[in-house]
Design a protein around this ligand. Structure first.
Ligand SMILES: NC(=O)c1ccc[n+]([C@@H]2O[C@H](COP(=O)([O-])OP(=O)(O)OC[C@H]3O[C@@H](n4cnc5c(N)ncnc54)[C@H](O)[C@@H]3O)[C@@H](O)[C@H]2O)c1
Length: 252
């Protein structure tokens, strides 16, 4: 297949579902060698099959982003298979809504662990591979919850503000070495995550409405398109941005 990512290897976390799967499919359709990484091995295998079924090249690599050893092994497997790494898409993430006074330590640690520490672990382990190229890219998925406060989302907001900060820190630190690092900040996207994010008991309906101000959903394919635009040469001068995808809800 030919396209913007011909001859490049892309490592996509969270590739078993939603935005990650859409990103893997689009990257494969645009000629990339796609290393599909996820903790859910069955879903992961399905994504890799879908990429191949559409004529692309894919490798399924089981990976828990909260486990630095698992991350290093998954990256090594992808690099060994495809001979290098040019693009990392950090998509894996989890959510959970709760009244802040009731958030359990384990749930705080789980959300921060996957969304923020996971993004750090994968980025750090990918750096030697990425920096071996003249040009390379990290495209992260943050959220509008990484730009604005949201009720019942203390851990999720903290993790996504962290992803925005991590994005900018790496963008500044590595720009002279040919690495660009950006993130996208979607509002609501219709994926399995939405169904799993149930409001806590007794939630204030007015505060809940503000979680998705306009009753509109961004499509997973649109987030994939934005991630891969940022990863493409068209975005050569874009570095360190956090791009909202929320129909302008947070523009005012
Ligand atoms: N859906 C939304 O409304 C929305 C909005 C803004 C941002 N996001 C972000 O988009 C990203 C993707 O979410 P989605 O909506 O596609 O959700 P999803 O639940 O469909 O997919 C998330 C994927 O991450 C994987 N994952 C979870 N923990 C993991 C771990 N420890 N190691 C490796 N993989 C792991 C899951 O197995 C799953 O395949 C997340 O970072 C999420 O925070 C989602």
């Amino acid at each position: 297949m030919s396209g913007r990512f011909e001859g490049q290897t892309l490592f996509v976390t969270g590739a078993g579902s939603g935005i990650g799967r859409a990103t893997a499919l689009r990257a494969g359709a645009e000629g990339g060698h796609v290393a599909c990484a996820d903790i859910d091995e069955k879903a992961l295998g399905e994504t890799a099959e879908l990429v191949r079924g559409a004529g692309g090249t894919a490798l399924a690599v089981a990976c828990n982003v909260t486990d630095a050893t698992s991350v290093r092994e998954a990256l090594a497997e992808a690099v060994a298979e495809f001979g290098g790494l040019q693009v990392l898409c950090n998509v894996a993430g989890i959510c959970g809504l709760e009244h802040t006074e009731k958030v359990r330590e384990a749930d705080w640690n789980r959300i921060i662990g996957v969304n923020l520490t996971g993004t750090f672990f994968v980025s750090q382990a990918a750096l030697p591979h990425l920096l071996a190229n003249r040009r390379s890219v990290i495209s992260n998925v943050a959220s509008v919850a990484g730009l604005n406060g949201q009720a019942y989302s203390a851990a999720y907001c903290a993790s996504k503000f962290g992803v925005v900060g991590l994005t900018k820190a790496l963008a500044v630190e590595y720009s002279q070495r040919g690495l660009r690092v950006n993130c996208v900040c979607p509002g609501a996207v219709r994926t399995p995550m939405i169904g799993q994010s149930l409001p806590p008991e007794g939630a204030d309906p007015d505060l809940l409405k503000r979680l998705a101000l306009v009753n509109a959903f961004t499509r997973p394919e649109e987030v994939a398109g934005a991630l891969l635009y940022l990863a493409s040469e068209d975005a050569r001068s874009i570095n360190g941005i956090a791009m909202p995808m929320d129909f302008g809800n947070n523009a005012a």
